[in-house]
Write a protein that binds this ligand. Structure first.
Ligand code: CTP
Length: 398
């Protein structure tokens, strides 16, 4: 399963570093190529000799080899890897990864990595429970990094709680699951829309909505991680993606999203409309800024084109079309109506009555409905985790 897979392992200064040589051994036995980077502090816990012997490659710590001046290129390693895992991830390294502080070879390589990144925290329970650690973990998850949750048990300090690094055998299983899922969308073109649209009123004002785009970006990352070629049509957001299989097209208004979407739709195997497209747009955009003394009493609106309905009408039988429904009442009935009226294969329902669901939050609670009236309920999860559930459901349809 892991034959020829290139795995980059980062080891940081935590007592759990003693477990990582076993992980390296397991990966090598499965046929993976393993390159290890140790932080300076990690070398106090495991020796570079142990690591290089097990991995068949030099164990790296510094950007330059001080004896012969050769460069250990973080950029090349970032491109080389199919997967990066930081195990154990200490509180200090989590903080550096979350803030982008690039002061060692491990973090510069992390910043250069184009592959999925897993991290397995290991630290004492009070450090793990500290709000700053929690915020760093959340930031990393929200950027698409995958948390390998620490286990509850006796810690090196003698205290009992969450903070033990996951066992090497379990980490191996997570890596294998990742690669087997990874193949499922190879060769598929996936079109995803994300974020809000802005409808201009005049040169300085617009009608918009609170969509952050995180759900759509998480879907794009997840689909790309499983081998798909993704076209991401994005409304205005603060998000970015560096995945080499994602082509991002930036749009602003509903009309621009319509034009970009219909152009990409023909060659798309799977289309996911997660954007919060405006249903109405100002009838006229004022050429100049509307002044207070103009005393405008109302803005006349006209409907936008419903992109999803248009796609539903054009869709060929082999194309899969997925819509979103954000509802505040009669949620399931409204979602079923949208599923049928727009000729969808699946609809993802968020109810604003569920705490932590919907716009502008990093979590979501969804229900997925299919054409055969099946309903699938999911727990409140981070949006990248929700993306895994949605892509899993879509993959079942292929
Ligand atoms: N959608 C679209 N084009 C629009 C409006 C919505 O493609 N002009 C898509 C959204 O991306 C989403 C789905 O339609 O996948 C449902 O959007 P939603 O706003 O919940 O539903 P509407 O059909 O617009 O109905 P209503 O606003 O009345 O609930």
């Amino acid at each position: 399963m892991l034959q020829g897979k290139k795995v980059l392992i980062g080891i940081t200064g935590s007592i759990a570093a003693y477990k990582t040589p076993l992980l390296i051994r397991l990966l090598i036995k499965e046929g993976a190529e393993v390159q290890v980077i140790l932080t300076e502090n990690a070398r106090d816990f495991v020796t570079p000799l142990t690591i290089s012997t097990l991995s068949n490659r030099p164990a790296l710590t510094y950007p330059f080899n001080k004896t012969d001046g050769t460069w250990n290129s973080h950029v090349e390693m970032g491109i080389w890897a199919d997967l990066m895992i930081v195990a154990p991830a200490s509180a200090a390294t989590l903080s550096k990864m979350a803030s982008g502080m690039a002061d060692n070879l491990l973090v510069t390589t992390y910043l250069s990595a184009k592959c999925p990144v897993f991290f397995a925290p290991a630290m004492d329970l009070d450090m793990f429970n500290h709000p700053s650690t929690g915020e760093n973990v959340e930031r990393l998850i929200n950027r698409g990094n995958k948390l390998i949750e620490p286990q509850v048990g006796e810690l090196a300090s003698g205290l009992i709680g969450a903070g033990r690094m996951e066992e090497p055998e379990s980490i191996l299983k997570i890596i294998k699951d990742h690669f087997s899922r990874n193949l499922s969308l190879t060769g598929k073109n996936i079109l995803i829309t994300a974020g809000p649209t802005y409808e201009s009123i005049d040169p300085v004002r617009f009608i918009g909505n609170f969509s952050s785009g995180l759900m759509g970006y998480s879907l794009a990352e997840e689909a790309a991680n499983r081998g798909a070629t993704v076209t991401l049509i994005s409304g205005p957001t603060h998000l970015s993606t560096k995945h080499s299989s994602i082509t991002k097209i930036d749009i602003v208004s509903a009309t621009e999203m319509y034009n970009a979407t219909i152009e990409a739709f023909n060659s798309s195997d799977i289309t996911i409309m997660s954007a919060a497209v405006a249903d109405f747009t100002p009838d006229k955009i004022a050429k100049e800024k509307i002044k207070k003394q103009d005393n405008p009493k109302m803005i006349r609106l006209k409907p936008t084109l419903d992109i999803l309905s248009w796609l539903g009408k054009q869709k060929k039988p082999e194309q899969i079309l997925v819509g979103f429904a954000l509802e505040t009442q009669n949620e399931v009935d409204n979602a079923i109506k949208k599923l049928n009226n727009k000729n969808l294969d699946l609809i993802v329902l968020n109810s604003l009555r569920d705490k932590g669901a919907g716009f502008g939050v990093s979590t979501n609670k969804i229900k997925i409905l299919d054409k055969n009236q099946n309903q699938f309920d999911f727990e409140l999860k981070t949006k990248p985790e929700v993306a895994v559930d949605i892509i899993d459901k879509i993959t079942e349809l292929i």
